[in-house]
Design a protein around this ligand. Structure first.
Ligand SMILES: C[S@@+](CC[C@H](N)C(=O)[O-])C[C@H]1O[C@@H](n2cnc3c(N)ncnc32)[C@H](O)[C@@H]1O
Length: 377
């Protein structure tokens, strides 16, 4: 079951072959970033060694009268329909149509045995009244979860504990960024590259700031059996969740999850990586308070805040890529789009002279200049 349908898929991207060049890299940055950024503060959040089990994977141990489920469903629909009339229209209001779609998904994840056909009847019949259904959460929890979604603006993905991303269903919880559809393009670009050049399938890749492990898992799958990905994150919650997702896809042999700041857990791999992918925090600090409630109130600041102009981590990654990539190695960095992508290309061209070649800006599904890609000379 796929829940997000990107409007189109990327078909051809990397037209240039893997270039090799003997020009030495001269790094003389005018705007010298610290080689190791100071550790950002990690908001205190209880870290458990095992992530929360998403609703759809729970045992259906709650046998409940259908009439009670029916009542809950009516209440949930009414609450969803009431939000638009009660909200003063702003950019940050909830939409009933979105909530009703989410309610359908919540039911699919919770109720065993063809739940929708029962709940979509106009009226409950006498026969149905005697029926019971098996649920993966108690009714009490379902009332609470739906209130959290609407009244606290808790993201739907945290409510159900998972996100459908590319061909994966990834566990997510508070403390870990919910992977976004546009980030799927990073895996598509890697797939395109490795389909044309086997060299990239044999070497080591790094996914920096792995979060739920989405990119690392996607890349490992397209690399095939010889692939090797090291996934790093500073957030202990991300490390637990990414490790769990890696296990769920039986990719422990291909993906190693390491805790630490950016390249720090990659000591010993200098000049040895064939690829680096990263979707770092890139939102300018001043924009954080204006984010949609679901994002600003619930997603981790560590995953969002990119410093004054949003490029602190990106600049750090540019320097790291010059040290860590093999000659001919490839990188993709996701950015906030437009101005930021251009800034990163300018920085790599002018301040990290001769380190990279074939620098490109690649748009996302919405036509926003979202990614910077290139090769290590
Ligand atoms: C925008 S999120 C991306 C998560 C995931 N890669 C994705 O695309 O869904 C940025 C990630 O970078 C991590 N991060 C922030 N600062 C870091 C640092 N200094 N070292 C390593 N990871 C860091 C955050 O914890 C977060 O998981």
């Amino acid at each position: 079951m796929i829940r997000i349908f990107p409007s189109f898929r990327f078909t051809s991207l990397l037209s240039a072959a893997k270039p090799f060049c003997s020009v030495a890299c001269s790094s003389s940055p005018a705007r010298e970033p610290p080689p190791n950024l100071p550790y950002p503060e990690v908001k205190s959040i209880t870290v458990s060694k095992t992530p929360k089990t998403p609703l759809f994977l729970r045992t259906p141990s709650h046998v409940t009268p259908l009439s009670e489920v029916w009542k809950w469903h009516d209440w949930a629909k009414d609450l969803a329909s009431s939000v638009e009339s009660s909200s003063t229209k702003s950019n940050d209001s909830l939409e009933s149509v979105t909530l009703l779609r989410e309610l359908k998904w919540l039911i699919e994840d919770t109720i065993v045995d063809d739940p929708l056909s029962i709940l979509h009847k106009k009226e409950i019949e006498d026969d149905d009244k005697k029926k019971s259904v098996k649920l993966r959460a108690s009714l009490e929890e379902l009332y609470d979860l739906w209130k959290q979604r609407i009244e606290n603006r808790r993201p739907f993905q945290y409510v159900v504990g998972c996100e459908h991303w590319r061909d994966l269903v990834l566990c997510v919880e508070e403390g870990v960024l919910i992977p976004r559809p546009e980030t799927e393009l990073i895996v598509d670009m890697v797939e395109e590259l490795v389909s044309r050049d086997d060299w990239f399938k044999k070497g080591i890749w790094a996914d920096l700031g792995t979060g739920s492990g989405a990119i690392a898992i996607g890349v490992a799958k397209v690399l095939g059996s010889r692939g090797k990905v090291v996934a790093t994150d500073l957030s202990p919650v991300a490390i637990v969740v990414a490790s769990h997702n890696v296990q769920r896809y039986s990719l422990e042999g291909m993906i190693e999850v390491r805790e630490g700041s950016w390249f720090e857990p990659l000591k010993g791999l200098e000049g040895k990586l064939v690829g680096i992918v990263s979707n770092p925090p890139y939102i300018p600090s001043d924009d954080i308070p204006g984010l949609q409630a679901e994002v600003g109130r619930h997603e981790p600041k560590l995953a969002l805040d990119g410093g004054i102009d949003g490029t602190d981590s990106l600049i750090h990654l540019c320097h790291g890529a010059s040290r860590m990539l093999k000659r001919g190695g490839f990188f993709i960095f996701e950015t906030n789009g437009e101005k930021q992508s251009k800034m990163i290309v300018d920085y790599m061209t002018n301040d990290l002279k001769h380190c990279f070649s074939d620098l490109k800006i690649v748009s996302d599904f919405a036509g926003i200049d979202r990614f910077v890609t290139g090769f290590r000379r």
